[in-house]
Write a protein that binds this ligand. Structure first.
Ligand SMILES: O=C(O)c1cc(=O)[nH]c(=O)n1[C@@H]1O[C@H](COP(=O)(O)O)[C@@H](O)[C@H]1O
Length: 238
């Protein structure tokens, strides 16, 4: 896969004006965008329509987590929107993930549209060991991430979101065809913001990540296009 198609830029903004400005600035450097809660809850379908018109792929990141029927029906609704990737929280459990996977496949087949990749979020990259322990978890973060990844694979998910720090373990446990999407990507010297389990773009790819999700290191940079091109160059070299 071409490096450019492996970089997903997080459009964490709240208005269509900001979306247009970023997408125009980044131009042909970026072909894949992530639309999350901030943007989708603000502008709804308008951003998906715009990104489709611009010929961009979309990861609609709404991190569903509810009882199996509710998540399955939600996943069916998102499938109808025609995006490339959607996600659920793996901690919703195997029955929830399986119900979502079955419903996505059924919906895409009925409508005769491509099936979006269905991805499970393992443990958020903002979580550190102290916060993890404060939730009374007993397994280590890497052990739990691998456990959730195996469960997601058994439930029919296409891949997981995890930290680049766990990518190698996931690849060993789930094989090379199970997609690994890693946020928590920070080039050398970039601000951490609220991320904890991070790695550089090169390290994330070398650990086995298929897609890198990058937000603020690009979108908050003084020159977002230059920042994106620098990350793509680092990815190419890796
Ligand atoms: O599901 C996600 O995309 C996600 C999972 C996770 O564990 N950590 C994480 O940061 N994300 C998302 O990835 C993006 C990272 O943004 P930056 O920290 O600005 O690079 C944000 O849009 C987060 O919502």
């Amino acid at each position: 896969m071409e490096v450019r198609n492996r970089l997903i830029v997080a459009l964490d903004v709240a208005s269509m004006a900001d979306v247009r400005q970023l997408v125009e600035t980044l131009g042909d450097a970026v072909s894949y965008y992530k639309v999350g809660m901030q943007l989708f809850y603000s502008v709804g379908m308008e951003c998906l329509t715009y990104l489709r018109e611009q010929g961009k792929d979309v990861f609609l990141d709404l991190k569903m987590h509810d009882i199996p029927n509710t998540v399955a029906q939600g996943a069916a609704s998102l499938t109808r929107l025609g995006v490339a990737m959607i996600n659920v929280h793996a901690s919703g459990g195997q029955a929830m993930m399986q119900a979502a996977a079955e419903k996505v496949a059924e919906t895409a087949k009925t409508l005769n549209i491509p099936r979006p990749k269905l991805i499970a979020v393992t443990i958020l990259t903002s979580m550190n060991d102290a916060e993890w322990a404060s939730l009374r978890n007993t397994a280590s973060i890497p052990d739990q991430v691998v456990h959730l990844a195996k469960m997601a694979q058994a439930a029919g998910m296409d891949g997981v979101v995890a930290s680049p720090q766990e990518a190698e373990l996931i690849r060993a446990a789930c094989g090379k065809n199970f997609a690994i999407i890693t946020p928590g990507v920070r080039p050398h010297g970039a601000a951490l913001n609220d991320q904890s389990r991070i790695a550089t773009p090169a390290a994330a790819l070398q650990a086995g990540a298929h897609y890198l999700v990058v937000g603020r290191p690009i979108t908050a940079a003084p020159d977002p296009r230059a920042a994106a091109l620098a990350i793509l160059e680092e990815m190419r070299e890796a």
